[in-house]
Ligand binder design. Structure first.
Ligand code: ADP
Ligand code: MG
Ligand code: ZN
Length: 586
């Protein structure tokens, strides 16, 4: 009876999987701002979080994929609760970190019936159970992307040119006896063009491009990931030469170890990948390109000679690179004659290629919405604010008291930022709700920033404290609005102590703490006594920032009040207006 019932369930699950598998094949990638916009419109029914890749389904049933800014989901404490509040179904695809949950124990405890129940749960929560189904079967595609579509990563392009030459004329390399890497690892933050670069290698060489994502291989059921890897390479061998691209290699390639079921499965998958890579000959015409933003957590076996022995860094673009990337994407829209892309590149430090592409797209949308035929500087300005701070939510009604609270809170941040010498210049203060925030104080560095000084980080903590303090001093209240500020300040302090060696008492050591991105093999083990000291140092740093901010605000009450009152009238102040308000109050 139970067996019959479970067979039925399996058959049902298989059917559902089949349907879902087909739907998953046609996911369209859209800018991140689209997701935010749909969220604001309450049009999102479900979100599947997979690292920085978010698949979302609208109430209408349409499914899209978008890439969030780096660590957006983990860094924005309000994001997930906000989704929940909007009754959006949330599913996380990346498996939990080790040790949190032993699936093995669960399975044994609940037994067979429990396993069936679990499978049904997986089906209903949108995950595709493995069995014999495949999510996105890696099909080969011909790509038309070339090096001309990739900008700002000249060194990386230079490095992969050799592979293009090899793929074009494998025979020539063979004759000379040159060794071409089998595996190339593209390393860099999200949105810098790793996928694009991989596609362009295939496009330049005119060979098929086989796409797979590391997360596709990580399945609950042992052996499935490995069999998918086998299929992928089998498919590759059908072509005289081709590129296999594995996105998010870290999903399968994490350092081995641990004892949960998910680890065992991942290990099998990883081993299969290593076997396949060792299995084809140097001259077979297959080049495996993989991408990750976390090369440090990869299993060292992956990086050995004959595997991914070539690492290519795909970094965030500098100002010249940003200009070139803007040029590429501006070709697709009608840009007005007065628009200076160099100027826009200067005003977008820290933007990745994906963010710049998004910027151009948003600017075009603004122009269309305002009935213009050409994209103007004004549209780019609006688009930048939207990309930086999220879309305006004018529809959100705030009570008068909330508006006042917000005005003082933001003025607190802004005045501290304006008066601290090591802080980045202010770009804008606004109490128009944007994205998930009720108000925003936005700083923009003058040039590209690659490292931060201790003074800068301390100033950042003080600025984050400014909001809470202004509320305390002017309105005699504490609100939950400072929650995200506090979290970010604490995180900066933690990293200063545990990662950057900026605490005098603890010295220049890397301390392993829960928030650290490291796996178990890096950083000093931490004793109970040290842990106490770490906590103490973090507390000290945050409190010092708090005190700095409190003194600034207490000394500049007039400026904070004037700015808050101005904000209540005009809602947004730009850099010049902020300077004027502070100067007038001094
Ligand atoms: P990654 O794989 O590094 O996360 P993607 O290649 O997926 O980044 O980039 C997403 C999109 O952003 C690309 O399709 C392209 O439109 C744009 N983009 C990113 N980097 C660049 C770049 N260096 N040059 C031109 N466009 C870029
Ligand atoms: Mg990518
Ligand atoms: Zn704040």
């Amino acid at each position: 009876m139970i067996i019959a019932a479970s067979l039925l369930v399996v058959a049902l699950a298989g059917g559902i999987v089949f349907l879902r598998g087909h739907r998953a094949a046609a996911v369209v990638q859209v800018p991140f701002s689209d997701l935010l916009k749909h969220l604001d419109d309450d049009a999102v029914a479900a979100v599947v979080v997979n690292g920085d890749a978010l698949d979302f389904t609208l109430s209408s049933g349409a499914t899209f994929r978008t890439i969030a800014p780096a660590n957006y989901v983990t860094a924005n404490a309000a994001f997930v609760p906000d989704l929940a509040k909007r009754h959006v179904r949330i599913d996380v695809q990346t498996l939990p970190e080790q040790g949190t949950f032993s699936y093995l124990a669960l399975l044994m405890g609940l037994g067979f019936v429990g396993a069936i129940g679990f499978m049904m749960y997986r089906v209903t929560s949108g995950r595709i159970p493995a069995l014999e189904s495949k999510t996105r079967e890696a099909g080969s595609e011909a790509t038309t992307v070339t090096f001309a579509d990739v900008a700002g990563v000249d060194e990386a392009k230079e490095e992969v040119k050799e592979i293009v030459d090899f793929l074009r004329e494998p025979g020539r390399f063979e004759a000379i006896g040159g060794r071409i890497p089998k595996g190339v690892l593209l390393v860099g933050p999200p949105g810098t063009g790793k996928t694009l670069l991989a596609r362009s290698i295939a496009g330049e060489a005119g060979v098929p491009f086989l796409f797979a994502s590391g997360s596709d291989f990580v399945e609950m059921y042992a052996g499935v990931g490995a069999s998918r890897i086998r299929k992928l390479f089998k498919e590759a061998r059908r072509h005289p030469s081709c590129i296999i691209f594995i996105d998010e290699l870290d999903a399968v390639g994490r350092s081995r170890g641990g004892n949960s079921l998910s680890h065992e499965e991942r290990e099998q998958t990883l081993n299969q990948l290593l076997v396949e890579m060792d299995g084809f000959a140097q001259n077979e015409g297959i080049v495996v390109v993989a991408a990750t933003n976390r090369a440090d957590i990869l299993d060292p076996a992956l990086l050995r000679p004959g595997r991914f022995d070539r690492q290519v860094t795909v970094g965030a673009p500098d100002v010249k690179g940003r200009e070139q990337i803007l040029k590429i994407h501006a070709r697709k829209v009608a840009v007005g004659v007065g628009v200076d892309l160099r100027q826009i590149a200067r005003g977008t430090p820290g933007f990745s290629g994906a963010e710049l592409a998004n910027l151009v797209n948003e600017a075009a949308l603004f122009a269309v919405r305002s009935g213009r035929q050409m994209v103007t500087d004004y549209d780019f300005d609006q688009a930048r604010d939207k990309v930086l701070m999220g879309a305006e939510r004018k529809s959100l009604t705030m009570s008068e008291h909330e508006r006042i609270t917000c005005a003082y809170h933001e003025s607190g941040h802004a005045v501290v930022a304006a008066l601290l010498p090591h802080a980045d210049p202010l770009h804008k203060v606004t109490i128009i709700p944007r994205g998930r925030a009720l108000g925003v104080t936005m700083q923009l560095p003058e040039g590209d920033r690659h490292t931060h000084t201790r003074e800068f980080l301390e100033a950042q903590i003080a600025i984050l404290m400014g909001g809470r303090i202004a509320e305390e001093l002017f309105l005699r209240q504490m609100t939950s609005g400072a929650g995200n500020d506090i979290e970010r300040a604490t995180d900066i302090a933690r990293r200063m102590v545990c990662e950057f060696g900026m605490s005098a008492a603890l010295g220049p050591l890397a301390y392993r703490t829960p928030g650290n991105p490291w796996e178990t093999d890096k950083g000093v083990g931490i004793s109970e006594a040290t842990a106490l000291q770490v906590d103490h140092e973090i507390h000290e740093l945050v409190m010092r920032g708090y005190e700095t901010a409190r003194q600034i605000i207490a000394k500049n009450r007039a400026a904070v009040r004037a700015m808050a009152e101005e904000l209540l009238v005009v809602e947004s102040l730009d850099a010049e207006a902020i300077k004027a308000v502070i100067a007038a109050a001094a």
